[in-house]
Design a protein around this ligand. Structure first.
Ligand code: SAH
Ligand code: SF4
Length: 349
């Protein structure tokens, strides 16, 4: 094993062809490996039964990526499992499987940590450590699908709502979407994939053009610029710039956007906030998903009351904005999407 050589999951089809040819094998073996990995979920070369033994051995020798989580927790109600995965360089990331029959959804991490620093987000506390590779993103999806299959179900949906800001790792996230939707690969419909972003306008536009059928979710959290910059402190796009990009996304994809709005008690949860939000997003094909804050140690904010949450929802609906309150699963294991933290990172230091 050489640490610098890319792992199988980090290669695209042409990279795999080059590799097998360099190992003295015909290029068509690459297609066999691709199917093994993405259709059957076999990432251990020694178990790729349709390959010749010497190729399996050569691949096994260079493959060092771990496949087993270092920790795996399931919520008391069995609905949600959270896995802590250790990457080759020791980086720890979390992947969550959410079972809500008939769906099984995996919540993927796209970065180690996150640079955006949203004040209520456990991942944001860590700062950005590094981008995840396409292979590291795909490994999470392949693992989650194997957990589903082991339980006699099938993974049906993918959401980029784990650790990190997916549109700040555009290239690798885009390549992952390509593999997830490749009919010869993971073979998922793009309509079952959702990218959640804090709002990076130029990459919302790229996503609309590269993957028009993938669902877009934009984390807004505030109806006006001042409050938003308090909650999402990164000096980035203004709300208006974000909404312009969303308008174009609406237009060019024909789709509908989901606005995520994390409710923090007495901060952004009043009916007045809801009315201003409705005014802001008027004219967009949109739906608002209200997420009562899951407070966690070290981050800002308290949970809104049930009354405030429902009042907010009602105020939106009265103005013709469809709004739902996120059904929470896995709170007991801190597995809500966006609540992921990799606690062991701190324990080790
Ligand atoms: N970076 C992307 C995707 C990951 S976060 C984004 O921000 O959209 C996924 C969702 O979880 C976001 O809407 C985020 O605001 C939300 N979230 C983060 N921390 C949370 C918390 N403590 N409680 C509830 N939702 C949270
Ligand atoms: Fe990053 Fe999203 Fe967390 Fe904000 S909410 S810090 S963008 S992961």
């Amino acid at each position: 094993m050489t640490d610098s050589s890319p792992q199988l999951l980090d290669l695209d089809q042409s990279g795999l062809s080059e590799l097998v040819v360099s190992l003295g094998q015909p290029a068509y073996r690459a297609k066999q490996i691709w199917r093994q990995v993405y259709q059957r979920g076999v990432t251990d070369p020694s178990a790729m039964s349709d390959l010749p033994v010497d190729l399996r051995r050569a691949l096994t020798e260079r493959e060092s990526a771990l496949t087993e989580p270092v920790e795996f927790q399931t919520s008391a109600d069995g609905s949600t499992s959270k896995a802590l995965l250790e990457l080759q360089d020791g980086e720890l990331i979390e992947t969550v499987l959410i079972r809500s029959r008939p769906r099984d959804t995996v919540c993927l991490s796209s970065q180690g940590g996150c640079a955006m620093g949203c004040v209520f987000c456990a991942t944001g506390l860590q700062g950005l450590r590094r981008q995840l590779t396409t292979g590291e993103i795909m490994r999470q999806a392949i693992l989650a699908r194997s957990w589903s299959r082991d339980e006699g179900r099938e993974l049906t949906h993918v959401v980029f709502m784990g650790m990190g800001e997916p549109l700040a790792n555009y290239t690798n996230v885009s390549e992952s979407i390509q593999r997830l939707t490749d009919p010869e690969g993971f073979a998922l419909s793009p309509r079952r994939i959702t990218v959640s972003t804090v709002g990076i306008p130029q990459n919302i536009r790229r996503l609309a053009s590269d993957h028009p059928n993938v669902n877009l979710a934009v984390s807004l959290h505030a109806p006006d610029p001042k409050l938003r910059s308090e909650l999402v402190p990164v000096p980035g796009a203004s709300i208006d710039d974000i909404l312009d990009a969303v308008r174009e996304h609406n237009r060019s994809t024909g789709g509908r956007v989901t606005f995520e709005y994390v409710l923090l008690r007495d901060v952004n949860d009043s009916r007045g906030h809801a009315r201003r939000l409705a005014d802001r997003i008027r004219g967009l094909r949109a739906h608002v998903n209200l997420i009562p804050l899951n407070p966690s140690p070290g981050v800002v904010g308290e949970r809104p009351t049930r009354r405030a949450t429902l009042g907010f929802q009602q105020a939106l609906q009265e103005r013709g904005v469809p709004a739902t309150v996120r059904v929470e699963q896995g709170r007991d294991i801190a597995a809500a999407c966006g609540q992921l933290r990799g606690d062991r990172v701190r324990d080790r230091k």
